[in-house]
Design a protein around this ligand. Structure first.
Ligand code: MG
Length: 260
């Protein structure tokens, strides 16, 4: 049946472009020519670093990271693997980049040990730390139940992933992480929270997720004011997780002050 209200709405929208044209507006009025987006030469594949990326691990050495005592990262055949440690299972250590970063696009490839040992949080646990405080969980979550907001690709203890996109242990997996750093007011209050989008193995697993604050193992997360740029980190949780091809692009986001 023909509905008179719907018909009226349709007519008013249908006539909008004509109404604008009648007022003398031109198509070029809404064309933006300046500024021009910078040219970024892409890598040879979607995994290879683009020309403007900072390569954090190219398979040769871990010199971009500060590695403290008590954690061992062995580089071999283009891959870096955490040396398993009972001690670090109890007390994880995070290694941080020497360089600090704000808003970023981060590419990481990781692999849980092929030999399945342990369960829950004790199976292939590592983590990507954004600005020293916000963890995107790395875990062997292939047929391995744990709390949902602690499985792979969760924002640890804050947000479960939208899907479980894990490959089998021993297979390489990719994280493409898009991170907006938080901004703080002078009094330490949050001006704008951090947001993260994560694609795991081509599957969207976090979409513009609002981060609640610094990672908390016990209790609720909360923000503490920090610099606009802080280091990125990788977690040694005592499991022999491997990494390769790690690169990051610094972003300049519209409307975000101080961004680079
Ligand atoms: Mg972890």
């Amino acid at each position: 049946m023909h509905h008179p209200v719907k018909a009226a709405l349709f007519l008013s929208f249908a006539f909008l472009p004509f109404a604008a044209a009648a007022q003398g507006a031109k198509p070029e009025d809404t064309e933006v020519w300046e500024p021009v987006p910078k040219v970024v030469t892409p890598g040879a594949t979607n995994q290879a670093p683009p020309a403007d990326a900072v390569v954090l691990f190219d398979g040769k050495d871990m010199s971009r990271f500060d590695i403290p005592a008590g954690t061992v990262w062995n580089v071999k055949d283009g891959v870096v693997t955490i040396q398993p440690s009972q001690k670090q299972q109890e007390k994880p250590i995070v290694i941080y980049t020497r360089q600090a970063f704000g808003d970023v696009q981060l590419h990481v490839e990781w692999r849980a040990p092929q030999e399945v040992r342990g369960e829950g949080q004790r199976r292939g646990n590592s983590g990507i730390f954004l600005q020293k405080r916000y963890e995107v969980q790395v875990l062997d979550s292939y047929n391995n139940r744990t709390y949902s907001n602690g499985q792979a690709a969760s924002v640890y203890k804050q947000h479960m992933p939208l899907a479980n996109a894990n490959r089998k242990p021993g297979e390489w997996q990719t994280y493409d992480i898009f991170f907006t750093a938080p901004r703080f007011n002078d009094d330490g209050s949050v001006k704008s929270p951090a947001y993260v989008t994560v694609v795991q193995n081509g599957v969207l697993v976090q979409y513009h997720t609002e981060i609640q604050g610094s990672i908390a193992f016990i209790g609720k997360p909360a923000y503490q004011k920090h610099n606009l740029k802080e280091p990125l980190g990788l977690q040694d949780h005592g499991d022999a997780v491997s990494y390769r091809n790690i690169w990051v692009r610094e972003l300049t986001l519209p409307g975000k002050e101080g961004a680079q």
